[in-house]
Design a protein around this ligand. Structure first.
Ligand SMILES: [Zn+2]
Length: 404
């Protein structure tokens, strides 16, 4: 894969477009920034490299960079970053990366940005790094909202715009600029690597675009420190704290923030922010409009935590509570024996709050567990019997003779 120096020009905002060549076919990777003032974008290939690293590793294609690239970024991407990515996604291959021209001069920028989706993680980050006592150097100065694949496929642009319009009012109430960044990054992943498995690098590429403005990029963590790990996974967020420092450049430092809390603790913290009663958006099922469906797993775990803490009614304006109550028992039944760390946290919290779920849900959960278990046990037992029998020479000979 060849990545060429990006062109920067005005096109419904500020555009960054880098020519990409793969197997003799020329395409382009673009980002489009809509901001309130005359912001500048980085003219380096840093953003393009991070956006395309995983797709290139999936195909085992070496990368040659023809434009300027951060020396520090190149060093980390060549070595440790690829090691971590291969552990998380064993189907990736390590590739060679060469750059014709490296740079090491910091931009001297001072901005601090975080992604803003109005979800639990981003409100928790705002609480710590904007509303409360964050040190001046780390106080959030910019919010980012990007389209790098998180808004689905068919009606992604509609949902992206709908979500942005809602977030714009929230950002203006917070008195923070909200940058809207559209892109065609998703095209390079082409459905082969889903968003949950790759979001950290996709989002980090947007922060790299903004190096003339930013000194820090704070990426809201999804999991607590106890849950972090570098092994085959379905969610790259388990390794954010290891990955982000390796994507830093001479100008921009990336930090994973919020892992000191459980999801329950974050939800409780967010419930003290009055703005969240009007704007909280946690849903994964919304297709065209930015609304909480009140029944997907993200909606359900948030609402159950809010109910357990006595804060549910505060969110009657952004959730359909009747839908939540209709689906609550089913969710609890599936959660009781779940291995999902976020579900385990809610179970622990319900014990702490001395809230017992109805007995019939435990009975149903146990029955479901029993129905799902025999298959596993059966296969294991079968293998064990076979292994034991074959260890016995007499039986082995008998079986062999019979087969003859
Ligand atoms: Zn939902």
């Amino acid at each position: 894969m060849q990545i060429y120096a990006p062109k920067l020009y005005q096109d419904d905002g500020l555009k960054y477009e880098a020519r990409i060549e793969q197997n003799g076919i020329s395409t382009s990777l673009w980002f489009n920034l809509q901001a309130e003032h005359n912001e500048k974008l980085s003219s380096s290939c840093d953003a393009a490299l991070i956006a395309l690293l995983i797709p290139a590793m999936l195909k085992g294609q070496d990368i040659v960079i023809h434009g300027p690239l951060s020396e520090r970024l190149l060093f980390n991407v060549k070595g440790p970053l690829q090691n971590i990515l291969c552990s998380l996604m064993p189907k990736l291959k390590k590739i060679s990366i060469t750059a014709k021209k490296t740079t090491s001069t910091p931009t001297g920028s001072l901005g601090v940005a975080t992604g803003f989706s109005a979800g639990i993680d981003s409100y928790s980050t705002l609480s710590d790094y904007y509303q409360n006592n964050a040190p001046k150097q780390l106080k959030i100065s910019h919010l980012l909202f990007s389209n790098v694949g998180s808004h689905g496929k068919d009606k992604a642009t509609q949902l992206f715009n709908s979500r942005f319009n809602k977030l714009k009012s929230a950002a203006s109430e917070l008195k923070l600029p909200l940058f809207k960044v559209n892109s065609n990054v998703e095209n390079f992943y082409a459905g082969k690597l889903d968003f949950q498995l790759t979001h950290t690098l996709r989002n980090a590429s947007v922060a790299l675009l903004l190096q003339p403005i930013l000194k820090f990029y704070l990426y809201s963590s999804a999991y607590s420190y106890e849950a972090l790990k570098v092994e085959k996974t379905y969610d790259i967020a388990f390794a954010d704290a290891f990955i982000l420092p390796l994507i830093a450049t001479e100008s921009l430092t990336m930090l994973s923030v919020g892992s000191e809390y459980t999801r329950v603790e974050k939800t409780l913290k967010v419930s003290r922010l009055t703005q969240s009663y009007k704007y909280l958006d946690v849903c994964v099922l919304s297709k065209e409009k930015a609304d909480n469906c009140s029944k997907c797993s993200k909606c359900m775990r948030t609402l159950l935590t809010l109910e357990l803490s006595g804060n549910l009614q505060l969110y009657a304006g952004v959730f359909k509570l009747s839908t939540y109550f209709d689906n609550k028992n089913k969710f609890i039944t599936n959660m009781i024996f779940s291995k999902n760390p976020l579900h385990k946290e809610i179970m622990q919290y319900s014990k702490y709050k001395k809230t017992r779920f109805p007995k019939h849900l435990y009975i149903k959960a146990t029955l479901l567990l029993l129905i799902n278990t025999p298959k596993r046990i059966k296969t294991k037992t079968k293998k064990l019997i076979k292994k034991t029998l074959l260890k016995n020479q007499f039986i082995k000979r008998m079986l062999f003779e019979r087969a003859k």
